[in-house]
Design a protein around this ligand. Structure first.
Ligand SMILES: [Zn+2]
Length: 213
C-alpha cells in the first residue's frame, strides 16, 4: 500500500469552470515525509484555480496512514459532516479491509480516526507533533537523571494522553514503580502534563501496566 495520486475535477469556490487536478487519495506518511510535511503545512491537495487564481483544498477523500505512529485517519470532504453516521459505517468497513487484507502483515490493533476536511487533519497532526515534542523533552529529562526509558505503544499513549516515553527504575516494574519513577522526574522541575497524567494514572489503586511498544 503506497501513496496514491489521483486525477479528478476540482470546483473553484468562486464557481469558475471545473478543471482537472491531481490530488493525493492515500498518504503513506511513514514512507513519504514530504507528504506528511505538506499535510502539516496545509499544502496537501492545495490547488489553484487557473481562471481566478484562488487557492483552495481539493475536497476529495483521503486516507492518511503512518505505521510507526500507529495512525490511520480517514479524511472525508468537509461538506459531508451531515452524513457522519453512514460515513462512519463506511470507514469501519474500509478499515476491516485494510486491516485484514491490504496491511495484514502489520497486525493493526488500533482504531481508525475520522475527520472532515484537510484543516481538521492539519489540526490533528499539529496536536500530535506537540505531543511528540513534549515526549522528547520527557525522554531527555529522564536520561539526564539517569533513568532508563521505555517507549509506550503510540496509539495507547495517544488514547490516554501519556508521553511516548516514560522512565523506569527496575527491570520488572509494577504500575506503582512507573508512578514513582515518573514522580521523581517531575520533582526535578520538569513541566509535562503528559507525564503528570501518566503518574496519576499509574498511582491509582489497581492500575494496569502500561502498554509498551
Ligand atoms: Zn476560480
Amino acid at each position: 500500500m503506497k501513496s496514491i495520486c489521483n486525477e479528478a475535477p476540482a470546483c473553484c469556490p468562486n464557481a469558475c469552470e471545473p478543471f482537472d487536478v491531481e490530488y493525493w487519495s492515500l498518504v503513506r506518511a511513514d514512507q513519504d515525509p514530504d507528504l506528511k510535511d505538506a499535510a502539516l503545512g496545509g499544502e496537501l491537495n492545495l490547488v489553484r484555480c487557473p481562471q481566478c487564481g484562488t487557492y483552495f483544498h481539493h475536497n476529495g477523500e483521503l486516507i492518511y496512514f503512518d505505521s510507526s505512529a500507529e495512525l490511520l485517519i480517514f479524511v472525508f470532504a468537509k461538506d459531508t459532516q451531515t452524513k457522519q453516521a453512514s460515513l462512519r459505517k463506511r470507514m469501519e468497513r474500509d478499515y476491516q479491509i485494510i486491516k485484514n487484507t491490504l496491511l495484514k502483515q502489520l497486525e493493526m490493533d488500533y482504531p481508525p480516526i475520522l475527520v472532515f476536511g484537510l484543516d481538521e487533519l492539519q489540526e490533528r497532526l499539529h496536536h500530535l507533533e506537540e505531543m511528540a515534542a513534549e515526549s522528547e523533552v520527557v525522554a531527555a529529562s529522564c536520561a539526564a537523571q539517569g533513568f532508563s526509558i521505555v517507549r509506550l505503544k503510540p496509539s495507547y499513549a495517544r488514547e490516554h494522553h501519556f508521553p511516548l516515553y516514560v522512565p523506569v527504575l527496575s527491570s520488572h516494574p509494577t504500575a506503582n514503580d512507573y508512578a514513582v519513577a515518573a514522580s521523581k522526574v517531575l520533582k526535578s522541575g520538569l513541566k509535562s502534563t503528559l507525564l503528570l497524567n501518566f503518574k496519576d494514572m499509574m498511582s491509582q489503586e489497581g492500575a494496569e501496566l502500561p502498554k509498551i511498544a
